[in-house]
Design a protein around this ligand. Structure first.
Ligand code: TRP
Length: 324
């Protein structure tokens, strides 16, 4: 049996790119009865950037509701908010003392911002250490993440190996990264990779009208309605092909090539496909967002389970370090 663990920062609302790139693949892994999964919302990490409590709470609930909407089974697995297991903060101190400065200074999460050091807080600098704690605290074997997190997993493994070697015992389980294949990069409405940073996301949980409005904003060229269009150089077509079945894609391809089919038609088809394809997810998401007490109940249930494991591992670490 493998223990799978992954987290998503609550620094924004989950979008189509997060769902297809991270959440659905992780949930597929969690559905294998051979696995036991720990999925959490990294709300402590989001404090690095989000200082307003209500915004953070709203985002945390949105990410939690999205996990449930995408089908995460909380009976068989463990579902929690990072902040509700405060043992992770204690562990964070211990592991900070095992994280060499140059290693942290070399982490992308810090390096990308290091040209404006006045904007860097210590939380950002030690971000990878808290992430290592998230993983090591639960004896995780496999950590499914996007390739942008590869370096953080290396740091986690380095810290764990250094600790184990220094004390000559197996305090930590060494985790393996499972880097998402990302065969498809999900384009945003401007054609760049879909990302909160570029403000080009599609929120599949949005109400019908704003969702449609957003899809109508997808950037196109100015080929007139009557003329044939190139499906292979069009954002709407790429998004449609990621979601639609083969026949639907072929039909839209012929429409593009045949002319008298406008980008507006294609966008309308994409909008309807999203409504249809994610009908169940949209319903579940809204159900939890409208019933935060039920969402809370799901999380508290998981947090009780998670805390038992975290306490146990923390005890192991403290005893190794001579604090017990
Ligand atoms: N750093 C991850 C991200 O931004 C989120 C995260 C925090 C995480 N702790 C983790 C992912 C532990 C996997 C395991 O996407």
């Amino acid at each position: 049996m493998a223990r799978i663990l992954t987290g998503i920062q609550s620094s924004g609302k989950p979008h189509l790119g997060n769902i297809l790139g991270a959440m659905k693949p992780a949930i597929d892994l969690s559905n294998d009865p051979q696995n036991e999964s720990f999925f959490f919302i990294a709300d402590l990490h989001s404090l690095i950037t989000i200082k307003d409590p209500q915004t953070r709470i709203d985002n945390t609930n949105a990410v939690a509701a999205a996990w449930l909407a995408c089908g995460f089974n909380t009976e068989q697995n463990t579902f929690y908010r990072q902040s509700r297991i405060p043992e992770v903060c204690e562990m964070n101190w211990y592991l900070n003392c095992f994280a060499p400065f140059p290693m942290l200074a070399n982490a992308h999460s810090f390096k990308d911002k290091s040209d404006r050091l006045s904007d860097v807080n210590a939380g950002l600098f030690t971000y990878p250490v808290l992430m290592a704690c998230d993983i090591l605290m639960y004896d995780a074997n496999v950590v499914p993440v996007g390739k942008d997190q590869r370096q953080h997993l290396e740091i986690t493994r380095d810290i764990a190996n250094a600790f184990n070697n220094q004390y000559g015992e197996e305090t930590f389980v060494i985790p393996e990264a499972q880097i998402g294949k990302e065969v498809m990069t999900i384009p945003g409405i401007d054609g760049q990779k879909m990302s909160k940073t570029y403000a080009n996301t599609i929120d599949i949980f949005q109400a019908d009208k704003p969702l449609r409005k957003n899809i109508m904003k997808i950037v196109t060229d100015s080929t007139p309605l009557e003329e044939p269009k190139d499906p292979d150089n069009d954002i709407t077509f790429s998004l449609y092909s990621i979601l639609a079945d083969e026949n639907q894609v072929e039909e839209m391809r012929q429409n593009y090539l045949g002319g008298n089919y406008g980008y507006g038609h294609a966008k309308q088809a994409l909008y309807e496909l999203i409504l249809e394809k994610f009908a169940k997810e949209r319903e579940t998401y809204n159900y939890y967002m409208e019933n935060p007490d039920l969402l809370e109940k799901e999380l508290v249930k998981g947090e009780e389970k998670a805390r038992v494991v975290a306490k146990d591992v923390l005890k192991r670490v403290k005893s190794t370090l001579g604090f017990i």
